[in-house]
Design a binder for this molecule. Structure first.
Ligand code: PBG
Length: 328
């Protein structure tokens, strides 16, 4: 009791504060998301995400170079094809935009980790994360027919040189189907990072401008999780993916779901845990900072530190490059 115990003793000196600071954030924890579209010398700014743009494979190579020089943990690539169709066929083509992007990235920096977002919504004309049908009585993603498509996408990414594939569609059985597809094609060594607990979140708004992937009708609530669902549902999603062979797991978004991250890290201590600090989490701070209402650097580092403290060792963040510079 006071005055014997004075907690300020652990704070009175900067070196004491540093000594007892247990949460470490380093560039190696951070993964930079990048959007790639066809063309040359393209750097098309994304209005709602200042500092980010859609890149062509050649400009992507420059970003990859910077990511490597800054010591980032890696990048995650999203492809935006010129032509979209009902099944997202560009995503399974060896000459498609994502395959081109992967090859360009690996050529620019063979040692930098290249992950790929594995989903249909960036490639389909309807903007949904799979094949559309009415078997449930509503127009929605048909679960099982989509699985074969995802497995083919995974093999396309693997052949182009991806180091990790990250399925983000919240399709039941996706991890198992992708695992089987990769194994059959000779890629049994390739890890799967599953977006295991992914919520139907309004924080993805700016991303849909970035990836031109807004659903053309309806929403994603038939496959992504309900934000109000009991946390146990997230645990079941993670368990199911681990049983199917997921090597790493993700919770998404991050900031409004730190409770889920914490539970996942306690429940699955041996499984590498990632969090996606999504577009809306980035854009709202950028917007406030532009108005002079917040100190962007301080707020961004506080957010990233909170995500680490909640239990994520891998953070996908649009601040990855800036944060790496701030941490130097
Ligand atoms: C694709 C995908 C999305 C995001 C990552 N992968 C969009 C969505 O589910 O609508 C969102 C990322 C972000 O907001 O930064 N399924």
């Amino acid at each position: 009791m006071f005055p014997t115990s004075r907690l300020r003793r652990l704070r009175y000196h900067p070196a004491v504060r540093a000594l007892v600071r247990e949460t470490r954030l380093t560039p190696a924890n951070l993964i930079l998301p990048l959007f790639v579209r066809p063309g040359e010398r393209v750097r098309q700014p994304i209005q709602s995400m200042p500092g980010h743009g859609q890149l062509s494979p050649d400009t992507l190579a420059e970003e990859i170079d910077q990511a490597r020089a800054l010591g980032l943990g890696g990048v995650i690539l999203f492809g935006i094809p010129e032509a979209k169709d009902a099944t997202g066929s560009d995503a399974t083509s060896e000459s498609g935009i994502i395959a081109q992007a992967i090859r360009a990235a690996k050529q620019a920096a063979p040692d930098l980790l290249v992950m790929t977002d594995l989903c249909c919504c960036e490639y389909t004309d309807h903007g949904h994360c799979g094949i559309i049908g009415r078997s449930t009585g509503r127009l929605d993603v048909e679960n099982d027919p989509t699985l074969e498509l995802l497995a083919r996408q995974a093999v396309t990414h693997a052949r182009a040189g991806a180091d990790v594939v990250a399925p983000s569609g919240m399709i039941d059985g996706m991890v198992g189907a992708i695992r089987a597809g990769l194994d059959a094609a000779g890629f049994s060594h390739l890890p799967i990072l599953s977006y295991a607990a992914k919520y139907a979140s309004a924080f993805y708004g700016p991303f849909r401008e970035a990836a031109e992937s807004a659903p053309q009708f309806g929403d994603r609530r038939g496959y992504q999780m309900d934000p109000a669902a009991a946390a146990g549902q997230a645990i079941r999603e993670i368990e199911a993916d681990l049983e199917e062979g997921a090597d790493l797991i993700m919770v998404k978004p991050a900031l409004a779901y730190l409770d889920i991250l914490r539970q996942a890290s306690q429940r699955f201590p041996g499984v590498p845990l990632a969090a996606y600090n999504v577009s809306g989490e980035y854009s709202m701070v950028k917007a406030a900072a532009e108005r002079g209402w917040l100190d962007e650097k301080a707020v961004a580092l506080e957010c990233l530190t909170a995500i680490r403290r909640a239990g994520a060792s891998i953070i996908l963040s649009y601040w990855a490059k800036e944060a790496a510079r701030w941490l130097e």
